[in-house]
Design a protein. Structure first.
Length: 417
C-alpha cells in the first residue's frame, strides 16, 4: 500500500522543509517531496505538522506501557532497566500497536543498591502476585540476569553475560540513595565502575550511568561513560561540572519531569488537559496526579538552568521520562507518552527553541543510540511518523494536538474525531 501525506508542514528531525509530500511504501519512507504517485492513498495533513515518531530515551516498560506510549506518538522507547532485551521482544518488534523498544536489561549495581529502596517491602502489584503469575514479569525458568557487583572483577564478568543475554547497552547505577531519601545505600566504587565501563567498551557497547548527584556524575566521567540517564539535582551546576560533561562527549537525558516529581511536583497540569486525560485510564491518571516526593528540598529552576548550560556548550540532550512499567502512585508524576510532551515543554522552558527540543526527541537519540533507520523523515528510513495539528516548531505544546501516528507504515488515528 502506497500512501502520500500531503499539504502539511514538515519537520524532518533537524529542520522545517518546504517539501510537503511524504510518500510511504510499506514499512519505509519512499520519497520526500514531489507529487503523490498515481493511485496512492492520500492523507491530507492540511493545518498540521508531520514529525518523525518521537523517542522516550529513559523508560521501564511493559506491553501495556508500550501501547500507551504509541497512543501519544512515541514510536521508540529506550528501556534503562527491564525485560525487553533482544531475545525477549520479537512479539513487540512485530506488533505495530506498540512502540518499539531497546533495553539495557538490568543495571550493574551492588546487592542492596539502587533501585532496591524504591519498592515497598512485600509489594506485589495487582495482577502480579507471584513468580508464576506471568503478567509482565518472567516465569522462574526465564529470570533476568541480575548483575550485582561489588568488585571490578564481578562487573567485568557480568558485562559479556549482559551482552549474551541481549542487552542493547550497559547501564551502571552510581547512587548512594541520598536523593531518594535513603542515604548510605551500597554504591559502585570508582574502580568497579571504571572496570565495568572499560569492559562495555571492549564489547562495543554504550555505557550509560544513572547518576543524580554531582559527585556521582564526576565518577562516571572519570570512568569514561558515554551517556547519563539522569541530570544531577542535588546542587546548582558549576562551570566545572558542565565543562567536564562537555569535554567527555557524553550525552545527557535530563529527565526533568522525573526530577520535578522527586521534588514533589505532580503531573496534574497534564491530567487537567483533555488532550491527555482522554487517553489515560484511572490508574494512570492517579499515577500522574501523584509524585515521588523524595527530595522536596530540590530546586527545579536549578535543574532547568543546568539543562540550559549543557545545551549552550553543545552537550547532546535527549527527551526521557523514567516512566514506570506499571501505574504505581508511589512512582508517580510521570507516565509513558504524555510525559514526553511535558519534557519537551520543560526543555523549552529551560531555554531551548522548540526545534532544538524536538531534535532531542527525534534525531539526537536515534544518532547516539545507533538507530539510524529512524528519528528523521528521509527516503529509505522506517515509516515511523507523527502528525499533529498546529505547529510545534514554534509552539511546543502543539505536540499534544495528536492526529495520526505511523509505526512501520501502519497508521493509527489518534484524534478524538
Amino acid at each position: 500500500m502506497i500512501t502520500a501525506i500531503i499539504n502539511g508542514r514538515l519537520f524532518d528531525g533537524e529542520r522545517v522543509l518546504e517539501d510537503t509530500t511524504v510518500v510511504l511504501n510499506g514499512t519505509r519512507i519512499a520519497a520526500v517531496g514531489g507529487e503523490p504517485p498515481a493511485g496512492a492513498g492520500i492523507v491530507d495533513a492540511r493545518g498540521g505538522t508531520l514529525l518523525p515518531g518521537l523517542f522516550d530515551a529513559h523508560v521501564h516498560t511493559s506491553e501495556e506501557t508500550l501501547a500507551l506510549a504509541l497512543r501519544f506518538g512515541i514510536t521508540t522507547e529506550l528501556e534503562m532497566q527491564g525485560m525487553n532485551t533482544k531475545a525477549s521482544r520479537a512479539h513487540i518488534t512485530e506488533n505495530d500497536s506498540l512502540a518499539d523498544v531497546r533495553s539495557a536489561g538490568f543495571g550493574i549495581t551492588p546487592p542492596g543498591g539502587h533501585p532496591s529502596e524504591l519498592m515497598p517491602k512485600d509489594f506485589k502489584p495487582e495482577g502480579h502476585s507471584g513468580p508464576d503469575d506471568r503478567g509482565d514479569r518472567p516465569g522462574p525458568h526465564e529470570m533476568p540476569l541480575m548483575p550485582f557487583s561489588t568488585t571490578p572483577e564481578e562487573a567485568v564478568a557480568f558485562v559479556p553475560q549482559l551482552v549474551a543475554a541481549g542487552s542493547d547497552y550497559i547501564k551502571f547505577m552510581v547512587d548512594d540513595g541520598t536523593v531518594e531519601g535513603h542515604p548510605g545505600l551500597p554504591m559502585l566504587d570508582q574502580a568497579t565502575l571504571s572496570a565495568g565501563v572499560a569492559e562495555a567498551h571492549r564489547h562495543g557497547m554504550l555505557a550509560i550511568a544513572h547518576t543524580l548527584t554531582v559527585d556521582a556524575t564526576r565518577m562516571a566521567i572519570e570512568a569514561g561513560i558515554d551517556g547519563f540517564a539522569h541530570l544531577f539535582m542535588d546542587q546548582p551546576h558549576s562551570d566545572e561540572i558542565i565543562d567536564l560533561i562537555a569535554a567527555s562527549g557524553a550525552f545527557v537525558v535530563p529527565c526533568v519531569v522525573l526530577n520535578a516529581s522527586m521534588m514533589g511536583v505532580t503531573g496534574t497540569s497534564l491530567t487537567e488537559d483533555p488532550r491527555v486525560s482522554s487517553r489515560l485510564n484511572e490508574a494512570w491518571t492517579n499515577t500522574l496526579n501523584s509524585s515521588y516526593n523524595r527530595y522536596p528540598q530540590g530546586k527545579l529552576e536549578d535543574v532547568l538552568a543546568s539543562v540550559k548550560a549543557l545545551h549552550d556548550v553543545g552537550v547532546d540532550l535527549m527527551v526521557g521520562t523514567d516512566a514506570a512499567p506499571l501505574p504505581l502512585p508511589f512512582l508517580g508524576g510521570v507516565v509513558h507518552g504524555a510525559s514526553v510532551h511535558q519534557e519537551l515543554q520543560y526543555l523549552v522552558r529551560a531555554g531551548l527553541t522548540p526545534i532544538q527540543a524536538l531534535r532531542a526527541a527525534t534525531l539526537t537519540p536515534a544518532r547516539r543510540f545507533g538507530l539510524e533507520d529512524r528519528g528523521r523523515i528521509a527516503e529509505g528510513l522506517r515509516a515511523d511518523l507523527l502528525l499533529v495539528d498546529g505547529d510545534p516548531t514554534t509552539t511546543i505544546s502543539d505536540t499534544l494536538n495528536l492526529r495520526d501516528v505511523w509505526r512501520r507504515g501502519i497508521r493509527t488515528t489518534l484524534s478524538a474525531s
